[in-house]
Design a protein around this ligand. Structure first.
Ligand SMILES: [Zn+2]
Length: 430
């Protein structure tokens, strides 16, 4: 870990690299892309071969399957997949993320797609990551003395502790007992709290019952889709004017919220191509212009993002996003009046259920062509009637057949990412 490298990145992101116009963003991306393509030609056998026949914008799209299949030829640090995988699994088993692959860190990602992903990060990339995250999260005009609490599912030494007087990190394992986690958190008194929404909900409940009384300066949701209803409740319980988000996944640190709470894509280091789903929604195809150990090039993420139509009032030229809605494969398919499938975005389902009541936790799973299995933590006449009416209303509004709804009890599983709307049937699933 090099403090100097972290500080350099921090300063660059925070002060010296303001991108005030779309032209400035495009210019920076073009310059980084040229350099990155040169590097790939030189150092990645996989990309050297592809780039011999095609320009960058004609390269085939990449996903986790291809990344894993071509791992050895794609990475630029000579990592071997079997070796790296063995090490990453041993780290994950022991939940002690010390073992590294040479100078590089390895980690596993389960993601939401079931495929196991493997990632390799160099020390320079790790430092740049820490610097960027700090630059994007520390409050304006208030840089020193922060205590940052991080709740992470898949840890690895990418997130290795940075401890200094200026800023301290503490890691909380989401697999550990949550009441112990909350007690440790209370004692740590974080000024910045970063956790998945499902964990933030637990902390919010602790705040409501008086078991947690710290009011952090900023609270960040990461790693899971943040539902509007969850956001409101967490915000209120933790005394926050707004809830921030970091869009961080194995494929990179992709977006952050500005001081107004609007999500901005990290276009200063990541190139986003957009595959349009409708007028506002798109699936991002990302190229990390600076990640070299394991290149992420034209990687199709499969997340549904909704663009904001007007620029953000904060003055940043980085593209503004209204919502990160969820996985493309979790877009439900209702049956239209003509028998054809009608896509119903996960966010649309979640919004419809905002109006239902009588329960706290829910999960909607499409299990067949016109069948939904809905798990509720309170299954009684009231919740059933209320949810049933909202689902029927949604189907009517969309001109679709009303799906059959089966209610089941809600079970909590901390080991998997919380997805409230899931399609477990049909084509196009991840
Ligand atoms: Zn903004």
């Amino acid at each position: 870990m090099s403090t100097l490298r972290i500080l350099r990145e921090f300063a660059a992101v925070r002060w010296f690299r303001p991108l005030r116009s779309r032209r400035a963003v495009a210019r920076r991306q073009r310059r980084l892309l040229r350099r990155h393509v040169r590097f790939l030609r030189r150092r990645s056998p996989y990309f050297r071969e592809l780039l011999a026949d095609a320009e960058f914008d004609r390269l085939p799209l990449m996903d986790k399957r291809i990344m894993m299949a071509q791992f050895d030829r794609m990475n630029t640090v000579g990592a071997n997949k079997e070796q790296a995988l063995e090490l990453a699994i041993a780290n994950e088993r022991s939940r002690d993320f010390d073992a590294d692959l040479g100078a590089n860190s390895v980690g596993l990602s389960s993601g939401t797609s079931g495929h196991r992903g493997l990632f390799v990060v160099s020390p320079a990339e790790r430092d740049a990551w820490v610097g960027t995250v700090l630059a994007r999260t520390l409050p304006r005009g208030d840089l020193l003395g922060h205590r940052i609490a991080l709740f992470l599912r898949a840890d690895n030494s990418l997130y290795e502790s940075v401890g200094s007087r200026a800023v301290s990190f503490r890691y909380f394992d989401v697999y550990a007992d949550m009441s112990e986690n909350v007690a440790r958190l209370q004692e740590y008194r974080p000024t910045i709290l970063v956790a998945p929404p499902s964990v933030l909900r637990v902390i919010a409940k602790a705040a409501e019952t008086g078991d947690f009384d710290v009011v952090p300066k900023k609270v960040y949701a990461v790693a899971e889709v943040l539902e509007l209803a969850d956001a409101d409740r967490i915000r209120a319980a933790l005394g926050q004017p707004l809830l921030h988000q970091l869009y961080q996944c194995t494929e990179g640190f992709l977006a952050h919220t500005c001081e107004r709470g609007v999500i901005h894509l990290n276009e200063d280091s990541v190139l986003f191509e957009r595959e349009a789903l409708d007028a506002e929604r798109f699936v991002p195809i990302v190229t990390d212009l600076r990640r070299r150990a394991q290149p992420i090039v034209r990687y199709r993420l499969g997340d549904v993002l909704r663009a904001k139509s007007e620029p953000c009032a904060c003055g940043s030229a980085l593209a503004a996003i209204d919502r990160i809605e969820g996985r493309e494969g979790d877009t439900l398919l209702f049956r239209g009046s003509d028998g054809r499938p009608v896509p119903v975005f996960a966010d649309v389902v979640a919004r419809a259920l905002l109006f239902a009541d009588g329960f706290d936790e829910y999960r909607v799973v499409q299990t067949a062509a016109s069948r939904l299995e809905i798990a509720l933590d309170v299954v009684d006449d009231r919740s059933r009637r209320s949810v049933g009416a909202e689902v029927a209303g949604l189907a009517d509004r969309l001109g679709c057949e009303r799906p059959e709804v089966v209610f089941v009890p809600y079970t909590h599983d901390a080991s998997v990412k919380l997805r409230r709307v899931v399609r477990d049937w049909g084509e196009g699933r991840p």
